[in-house]
Design a protein around this ligand. Structure first.
Ligand code: ADP
Length: 455
């Protein structure tokens, strides 16, 4: 079968939805292809938090921030491997992207709270209602339907089609029944197919460290298809070896633990000996490495009810909480002794750790690991203790794009008719993506891609 649109978009995650809506808004006819039976990708299953500087919530909370500081944190967080000009584009446009989500897409963000993920100098991550990407994807999908944009699920893009001049003019895809469909694109194609965290072979190809020993937090559709398709027509790749693990994941399934977001409000990490071993708000790569260096390659996250009352993660992620309790990897205990004994940690050692935490909390100075927020007093129970391992979470590398999201070839020239946005691209996050920057990246550059491809 053959179908013709102005714009063909590959992948219905945060980037693909944003591109589709902007392209349609600009007057183009648009089709959005999604290989899975349902939409959302990693965006859906993420915490959904989005960084931006000088937002309405920062203003309300009296937090001083700037585009410069956001850009600086992002670059530094990735060891200055990201492209400074592109990071600048992200930092400059993320605020408008967040306002677009709020005002045009009707995403509900919490009005009185922000996250400060590791590596950020200030609290700048907007939190969607429910603390997951479901709020974003549900609203984006509603808007897509309202704007009557064609969405084809169970439709996998296999190959980019080019004309004699090398311009990208369409996509060859496979439908639900194995049927071949050719989508012609009058204006261009946007690749928004996400990363390759769920593709173990591809992980090993670019960095042998990330083999089968790691599980992944990623959606099953994150297999790097867009990277391979673009490479086949001469696209340049960058930073492919940079693969991120999320430090605190379910040791049974590898799924990210959002209940454990209590870490951003003072929960601590201890090892099997009941001792702290890293600053809990360090970068994800630093914490992950530190966890793997402990006996057994795992850690426990520990917090008390007071911290829980601030973060509310047990309430907002009730299903996850129940599942973790059922798996026996999360336990609520009235006393510290009981919490220790559940995981066969020496209760005396754990008590000594908590005594030190309480002392440092009172003094406002964590002498051991310099917790950047200051530790929280944990003398009162009940306690939550959760076993955790690092799991592959984000692939920083991918396609090289320019400021207008055109995909670049090996010679550093744009490939006509080809655009990309989101995790499939590799120029922003350097060696390490900071929390809250994936959604910012996907939405900000997804919008730019949609505007540009429709021109
Ligand atoms: P981003 O955050 O960059 O938007 P996501 O992981 O949220 O990335 O979304 C990427 C989407 O692309 C996923 O829903 C995934 O299933 C889809 N996808 C991946 N490869 C293909 C492909 N070959 N054809 C169609 N859709 C794809």
């Amino acid at each position: 079968a053959e179908q013709t649109y102005d714009v063909v978009i590959i992948g219905a995650g945060g980037a693909g939805f944003s591109a589709a809506l902007e392209a349609k808004q600009a007057g183009a006819s648009v089709v959005l292809l999604e290989k899975m039976p349902s939409v959302g990708g990693n965006t859906l299953i993420s915490g959904g938090e989005m960084n931006a500087a000088n937002t309405w919530v920062q203003e309300k909370l009296g937090i001083k921030d700037s585009v410069d500081l956001f850009a600086e944190d992002t670059l530094k967080g990735g060891d200055n491997v990201g492209d400074p000009e592109m990071v600048r584009v992200l930092a400059e446009n993320a605020t408008a992207a967040a306002e677009w989500l709020k005002n045009d897409i009707k995403v509900n963000f919490l009005e009185d709270n922000l996250f400060q993920f590791g590596g950020h100098s200030v609290k700048r991550a907007l939190i969607p209602e429910g603390h997951t990407g479901a709020e974003l994807i549900t609203k984006l999908k509603t808007k897509l339907d309202e704007m009557k944009i064609d969405l084809k699920t169970n439709t996998k893009a296999d190959k980019l089609l080019t004309d004699d001049s090398g311009k990208v003019v369409g996509v060859e895809a496979t439908g639900a029944n194995g049927n071949k469909i050719t989508f012609h694109a009058n204006k261009g194609v946007v690749i928004a197919s996400g990363g390759f965290g769920s593709n173990v072979e591809m992980r090993k190809q670019y960095n042998p460290e990330f083999d089968e020993k790691y599980m992944t937090t990623d959606a099953p559709g994150s297999t790097g298809d867009g990277i391979v398709m673009a490479q086949d027509i001469g696209a340049a790749l960058t930073n492919m070896e940079s693969i991120q693990t999320y430090p605190v994941c379910d040791p049974v399934t590898g799924v990210i633990s959002l209940v454990a977001d209590s870490r951003f409000d003072g929960a601590i990490l201890v090892n099997q000996s009941g001792k702290r071993f890293v600053e809990e708000l360090e970068r994800r790569d630093v914490i992950s490495r530190a966890i793997l260096a402990q006996e057994g390659g795992y850690a426990y996250q520990l917090w008390n009810q007071e911290i829980g009352d601030i973060s509310k993660t047990v309430d907002v992620h009730k299903d996850e909480y129940d599942a973790l309790v059922k798996e026996g990897v999360l336990y609520k205990a009235d006393t510290l002794k009981e919490a220790a004994e559940f995981f066969k940690i020496d209760p005396k050692a754990l008590q000594e750790t908590i005594d030190r935490v309480n002392k440092f909390a009172k003094a406002g100075n964590d002498e051991d690991f310099h917790h950047r927020q200051g530790l929280h007093d944990m003398s009162k129970g009940p306690y939550y203790i959760e076993k955790a391992v690092p799991s592959v979470h984000h692939t920083m590398g991918g396609l090289v794009i320019n400021k207008t999201t055109q995909v670049m070839n090996e010679k550093g020239e744009p490939i006509p008719g080809l655009f990309a946005a989101g995790e499939v691209t590799g120029v922003i996050h350097g060696t390490n993506r900071l929390g809250g920057n994936a959604i910012a990246d996907a939405i900000t550059f997804g919008r730019i891609a949609g505007q540009e491809v429709a021109k």
